[in-house]
Write a protein of this length. Structure first.
Length: 116
């Protein structure tokens, strides 16, 4: 099998565009793991229904415009005055990972608070 340099770059770009650097939405003040322990309530591989059962209704929903199979659900566990969010990254309605300690709803929009 022969690799074509242009394809390798495209493949590398797709891995970056669809990998850890862009996929997991972050948020103001959090996102480096389970900072507050709330994300520990969720396990990778859970269905969206199981996540909703554990966390209750989501406070935010965003679909990744680059990968339509990915969505991020936000769950507020803070107060209305000082919200703190769990971000649950779903792919094909299955939980990939969750982080907490975020100060904003998750979003895939570059440059926004809670950005990918």
């Amino acid at each position: 099998m022969r690799l074509v340099p242009g394809c390798a770059v495209l493949t590398c770009f797709m891995l970056v565009a669809c990998g850890d650097g862009v996929v997991m939405p972050g948020g103001a003040g959090g996102g480096a793991g389970a900072a507050d322990g709330e994300a520990n309530r969720l396990d990778a591989g859970m269905t969206e229904a199981e996540v909703l059962e554990k966390m209750g209704p989501e406070n935010g929903f965003e679909r990744n415009p680059v990968n339509l199979d990915q969505t991020c659900l936000s769950f507020n566990y803070g107060s209305e005055a000082a919200p703190r969010y769990v971000h649950a990254l779903m792919e094909r309605n299955v939980l990939v990972r969750a982080t907490d300690g975020h100060g904003a709803l998750c979003t895939f929009e570059a440059g926004a608070a809670g950005q990918a």
